[in-house]
Structures are given as C-alpha cells and as structure tokens.
Ligand binder design. Structure first.
Ligand code: NAP
Length: 329
C-alpha cells in the first residue's frame, strides 16, 4: 500500500487530495498545525468515518517553520509520496504579510528539500506552484518554459520555491516536481477569495440576508479550473515515471463580471441590481492576464479539466445557498 504525506491537508486542495488518495487505497498522513479551534471542517466527514480515521488517515502536528517536527514526521511516516501544498495561499494578503508569505512558501519548501536530500530513500515530492510565478508574463498562454517574472510577494515566494525544486531535481537527483496551477475553486474554497465571496453574496442576497456586494475590478480575467480537476493533476504528476514540471489550467479566461453573472443568474437574480464597484478592492499590482497552456499535461499525462466554468460557479452558489439556508456557515 502506498503511503502518502500531505502538508496543507486541511486546505481546499489538501482535503480533496486526501479523499482521492484514500479512494485509491493509499495510507494518508497529513500535517496539521496547532490552532485554538479544532474546526477542521473540510476534513470533518473523514474524521467521522470510523473505518478511516486513525486506520487509513493519520494526522500529525507541525508548523511549516518547525523543522524538527517535520523531520520527525518524515522519519516516522517514511512516505513514498509527499504532496507539499501548505502555505500562505492568498495573493492579496501577501502584500500585508510578505515576510511570512516568503518564509512559509519559499523557505519552508527549501527546508523540506534539504530534509529529503538527507533521507536514504526520499519520497517523490510535489510542490504546489502557481501561475503567479509568471507575473508580468512575456508570453500568453504560458508554458513550463515561460520565464519567471513575479509581481507580487506571493508570486516571488512561489518562484523561489519552484526554481529550488528544479535545482534539487537537477543537482541532487530528487524526484521533485512542480505542478504550476492556475486559479482553482470549489465549494471548499476559502471565504476570503473573490469567487467564494461572489457566490456566497448571490445566495445570501437571494435569502434576504444581505443587500449589496462590493467588488473591485470587474474586468479582471483569470484562468479558472475546478479544484478537483487540479487534484487529479497533482496525482498524475507525482505518479508519472519521470519527475517534471506541468502546467495545470483550463486554458480559458473568464472575467469577474462573467462570474457574477453566472452566480446571480443561478439564484434567479441580475448582478447589476446588487453589485457596487470600489477601487479599494483593486490589487496594488494586478499581473498581466495569466492563461495557461496545459498541452504538456494533456499530452504526457492524459490530464485535462473536466468541468466548465459555469457548472463550477453554479455548484458553488447552490452549495452556499444550501449552507446558509440550513444555518451551517
Ligand atoms: P488553502 O485552502 O489556503 O490551504 C492552505 C493550507 O496550508 C491549509 O491546510 C493551511 O492550514 C496550511 N498552512 C498554512 N500555513 C501553515 C503553516 N504555517 N504550517 C502548516 N500548515 C500551514 O490553499 P489551497 O487553495 O488548498 O492551495 C494549496 C496550495 O496550492 C497552496 O500552496 C497554494 O498556494 C497553491 N495554489 C493554489 C491555487 C488556488 O487557486 N487554489 C493556485 C495556485 C497554487 P490551516 O487550515 O491551519 O490554515
């Protein structure tokens, strides 16, 4: 049985990945940090399953900057695969906390790579890199060979880690891969991301719990995928016979305006009647429009995204509606 270790198991991607690996029969170990509340809602259904929790799924405490704890977990678990997903994942917030962002996303990845280098049989390693490494990109769509040119603290931290993964693969012969994913969403997306904010507001307005929604640049466009498709991509990247880097994207751009149209429409509403625009929500440095060319992943791994943007946004909005109606969130 394959033993997999996930950092960031409580996050959007980590929780879907845990489900997918458990379904494949893997023994799954996850790294969780100590918090004052034990509300790990994305994993609640797995905790509650007595056939899984502490039998096929195990959790270990460590913070990303706690080298001794992570080293100890690696020695105890001896994973065959390590999915490194933990980090400060919010681009906008990275302008507020650049130092923490660079330490968690950049230096922590370096520290883990150093630990792997010392192991007699290091696990296969996947780093969750991001399209933000391309920043003010010199070409569109971007490929795995597009030069790195990040324009945000988050992008800089991911570029640093991405390049180190390449370096350790080349110079230390580690099976180390970068999945370079573009924005991906789901009903489990964090509440301070714009997709979730819009879907939630549409549902909330429909239920009479909220009156208006304030947004930034409605013309900003992103290459959005479904998080469950991206997680399938993570597994395909780490299972491939050769360690390599792969872009995981939909290859299609959609604007915030389109997103709002779909979300409000799925609640039988018109977004124009409820949305205000405020420049304070514009990004200090909005990168050029990033769009990924995932031809290599399609051709080499047989990977492609399966769900359309409108299906995804409708699902997210309906999930918000159900949760709000039942008073669960
Ligand atoms: P997420 O929902 O924000 O999850 C982040 C995870 O990292 C959580 O489990 C969080 O734990 C953990 N974490 C944060 N700081 C930590 C620390 N100091 N020590 C230990 N764990 C810590 O992010 P996601 O959307 O699943 O994304 C997964 C990875 O993919 C991230 O590295 C992200 O940057 C990258 N990525 C995401 C996207 C996207 O659109 N989603 C796109 C490109 C790349 P808590 O639950 O305790 O906070």
């Amino acid at each position: 049985m394959t033993i997999s270790l996930i950092t960031g198991i409580t996050g959007q991607d980590g929780s879907y990945l845990a489900e997918a690996l458990l379904e494949r029969g893997h023994i799954v170990h996850g790294v969780v940090r100590r918090t004052s509340s034990l509300d790990r809602s994305r994993l609640a259904h797995l905790y509650a399953n007595l056939d899984i929790y502490d039998k096929q799924l195990f959790l270990h405490y460590a913070d990303l900057n706690d080298t001794t704890a992570i080293r100890r977990i690696l020695a105890k678990v001896v994973p065959a695969q390590l999915f490194h997903l933990a980090g400060q994942s919010h681009v906008g917030v990275s302008f507020e906390i650049p130092e923490v962002t660079c330490d968690l996303n950049g230096m922590a990845t370096l520290r883990i790579l150093e630990m792997l280098r010392e192991m007699p049989h290091p696990p296969r390693f996947l780093h969750a890199s991001s399209s933000e490494i391309f920043g003010d990109a010199s070409e569109r769509p971007q490929t795995e060979t597009t030069p790195l040119n990040p324009t945000t603290p988050y992008g800089c931290s991911k570029a640093f880690a991405t390049q180190l993964v390449r370096t350790y693969r080349r110079h230390h012969n580690l099976f180390a891969c970068n999945s370079i994913s573009y924005n991906h969403e789901s009903p489990k997306r964090g509440e301070n991301f714009v997709t979730r904010k819009i879907c939630r507001a549409a549902a909330s307005i429909k239920l009479g719990l909220q009156k208006r929604l304030c947004l930034g640049n409605l013309d900003a466009r992103r290459d959005w995928s479904d998080a469950r498709d991206i997680v399938r991509g993570y597994m395909a990247v780490i299972d491939h016979h050769t360690a390599d880097d792969f872009i995981l994207s939909s290859g299609q751009m959609h604007s915030i305006r389109e997103l709002a149209t779909i979300a409000f429409c799925s609640m039988g509403l018109k977004w124009e009647d409820y949305v205000d625009v405020d420049e304070k929500f514009f990004r200090p440095s909005d990168p050029a429009e990033l769009c990924g060319n995932c031809e290599k992943a399609r051709h080499v791994l047989g990977w492609k995204s399966t769900r359309s943007f409108s299906e995804l946004i409708e699902e997210m909005t309906c999930a918000e509606y159900d949760w709000l109606r039942m008073g669960q969130r």
